[in-house]
Design a protein around this ligand. Structure first.
Ligand SMILES: *Cc1c(COP(=O)(O)O)cnc(C)c1O
Length: 479
């Protein structure tokens, strides 16, 4: 494809953009239970207008735009206050949770290298940790030491202590974990970190903000922040439960000395002295202004109300799910992150049935500790649609029940055959199968249940190349 030879008129471009948007999932009615945080049109407008005011600015040189530097310092300070930091707590706004997690690992590695330049860095991560930490390990050549979780999906603290070696540079825990919404025993892990003098990062990317406001709203959360001795850094995404514009998270450190290990500095290249706090060099001003504006717009009272309403919606949905025949909740969610499974029926088919009724929930594969299940991230947008969702869930279950016996037989047979076949299959045959499943040509198959089930059954060696092909095709221009 080529850039249009001549520029087009704004009206024509915008019209086309609107048309293109029609293909997208309609999130405005609270029917999506992942990745979207929508506090309503007025909030969006206020925040996005602020974002637009700083679209061209670039924070690569913090001396040029004191407005943005000050807003960043203020947002960091408000976050530190929220998480019981003190006057030493320091932080940085990043482009999102992943960047905050990557930087937490980078900081720990650089920090350890100050005293031990040749250390073969390792980090200890419980099994339920977000994949951003596996990504950090791959990107930064750090060894991931994965420790088990207990029956309630919380980090096994003894296993963490046993896993410590002379190369351990960081322990990580979740408050809460994304997939099952479990909050790790932060206090106990903090004691271990103190005893062994190791940095301890709390991944509060998704939950720290709402947990802090749950406390203010009267829902008592287990201790998870800087009030816990031993915690040395916390990541908290503002583009999730703070309802800021996308592209904003904060990484807080116990003090500015540790934060210096996060910075990259080069005085040896041909240009200016480069000192980058984050992975990005050119850093947009929009997300900073957006986060600052979100804090001003909602205020503490607004966020408390949002937390209350979100928890009410969550409780209503949890109770409703439990009341539906055969469904059960994984663990004991204290925050709006909920995973649920069904005793008998295939949850992936239930997800498909929900989708055909306009509702989107996330299918989660089985793990060492849980069966296949469905994940919902409940937000303020779901307050008021709980009953509608539960009704759709009941309908979806009924629909799956109907075609069940035959379908189950077929699926079981498929599973057995596939397990048998897969070991002897050539790459060519596998490519054909993935093609049949819709894993090529850049199209997502309409019904995902069979695909999810296969992905759950097949070994990684088979699924990973398939998924990479799929993504590569997905990002190839259609003919
Ligand atoms: C969302 C999330 C992340 C990653 O954040 P992104 O903003 O998606 O990059 C990290 N940890 C947890 C627990 C999360 O839920």
């Amino acid at each position: 494809m080529k850039i249009p030879a001549q520029g087009r008129k704004k009206e024509a471009i915008y019209q086309e953009l609107k048309k293109r948007k029609e293909a997208d999932f309609d999130y405005k009615k609270g029917r999506i239970f992942t990745s979207i945080y929508d506090a309503g049109e007025e909030a969006q407008e206020v925040i996005y207008d602020a974002y637009k005011m700083f679209l061209t600015e670039n924070v690569v040189d913090p001396t040029l735009f004191p407005s943005l530097r000050n807003m960043e310092n203020e947002v960091v300070s408000m976050c530190a206050d929220l998480l019981h930091g003190d006057k030493h707590t320091s932080g940085t706004l990043t482009s999102g949770g992943t960047e905050s997690c990557l930087l937490a690992v980078k900081t720990a590695k650089s920090h350890a290298r100050k005293t031990n330049p040749n250390i073969k860095a390792e980090i200890i991560i419980p099994y339920t940790i977000h994949f951003a930490f596996l990504k950090a390990c791959e990107y930064f050549d750090v060894r991931a030491v994965i420790t088990p979780v207990t029956g309630d999906y919380k980090a096994d603290t003894k296993a963490i202590e046993d896993a410590i070696t002379a190369n351990t540079v960081l322990i990580v825990a979740s408050a809460p974990s994304y997939a099952y919404g479990s909050v790790d025993p932060i206090e106990e892990i903090g004691q271990i970190a103190l005893k062994h003098k190791i940095l301890f990062h709390v991944d509060g990317c998704i939950g720290a903000f709402i947990m802090a406001f749950n406390n203010k709203a009267g829902y008592k959360m287990p201790p998870f922040d800087f009030s816990v001795p031993g915690v040395t850094s916390i990541s908290m995404d503002l583009h999730k439960y703070a309802y800021a514009a996308k592209g904003c998270s904060v990484l807080l450190h116990k003090n500015s000395e540790i934060r210096k290990s996060q910075y990259f500095i080069s005085t040896d290249w041909t240009g200016y002295n480069a000192i980058n706090p984050t992975i990005l060099s050119t850093k947009p001003g929009g997300p900073i202004a957006g986060a600052w504006t979100a804090f001003q717009y909602f205020g503490e009272a607004g966020y408390i109300k949002i937390a209350q309403d979100t928890m009410l919606a969550t409780e209503k949905i949890i109770e409703g799910i439990k009341a539906l025949d055969g469904f059960y909740i994984l663990g004991d969610p204290l925050t709006p992150l909920v995973a649920f499974a069904h005793k008998k029926y295939d949850v992936f088919q239930i997800a498909d049935e929900l989708k055909s009724r306009g509702w989107f929930v996330t299918s989660q594969l089985s793990s060492k500790v849980a069966p296949t299940n469905l994940h919902i991230t409940v937000t303020i947008a779901h307050r008021g649609v709980e009953q509608e969702f539960l009704h759709a869930l009941q309908e979806a279950l009924d629909a799956v029940k109907k075609g069940y016996t035959l379908k189950k037989l077929k699926d079981d047979a498929t599973t057995i055959i596939i397990k048998k076949l897969v070991n002897n299959m050539s790459a060519d045959t596998l490519a054909k199968i993935s093609d049949k499943l819709g894993f090529s040509g850049g199209e997502t198959p309409e019904k995902l249940a069979l695909v999810s089930r296969l992905l759950d059954e097949l070994p990684n060696e088979v699924t990973q190349p398939m998924l990479l092909d799929f993504m590569s095709d997905f990002y190839t221009l259609e003919e």
